[in-house]
Write a protein that binds this ligand. Structure first.
Ligand SMILES: [Zn+2]
Length: 148
């Protein structure tokens, strides 16, 4: 099993737990190279629950697409965008969850994006926080100021 952080193929299982319903097994693994820990869940894949109530397979490409849209015309490089997408995927996978909501993914993106570019952050937040009026936008912009 390849390390999701440094991609080293050298990892070891440090704990194995069968899930209550017996249909999946969680393994806690340690990377021999970077010493980071992560959890793998066998026989299940990471699913994203949508607002509509439907599920779809986790797709890092969608995160990249959303970020590119938010960062359009901003001084942000593709490397920056890919780094955030990777960071978000790492943080979700390191929790070992099987299901994640699209909202959780959005929130996980907001933090690193805030540090990267304020305008891109506000654009992205306006979609994920469901800004409905100019007031919402102003409030988020004010929050951004005070959190600096
Ligand atoms: Zn590693």
């Amino acid at each position: 099993m390849q390390c999701p952080f440094c991609k080293s193929p050298s990892t070891e299982v440090i704990d194995t737990r069968e899930c209550e319903n017996g249909t999946s097994v969680k393994r806690r693994r340690r990377c021999r190279k970077c010493d980071r820990r992560f959890t793998t869940v066998e026989s299940t894949q990471l699913l994203v629950s949508k607002k509509s109530g439907r599920f779809e397979l986790f797709d890092e490409g969608k995160i990249v697409k959303g970020l590119k849209k938010a960062c359009k015309g901003r001084p942000v490089t593709t490397e920056d965008i890919l780094a955030i997408a990777q960071q978000v995927e790492d943080s979700i996978r390191s929790e070992g969850v099987v299901r994640v909501s699209s909202r959780q993914i959005g929130l996980a993106i907001l933090e690193p994006l805030k540090k990267l570019d304020a305008v891109a952050y506000l654009r992205f937040a306006s979609v994920y926080e469901n800004f409905t009026c100019a007031e919402d936008f102003k409030r988020a912009a004010a929050d951004l100021q005070t959190s600096k």
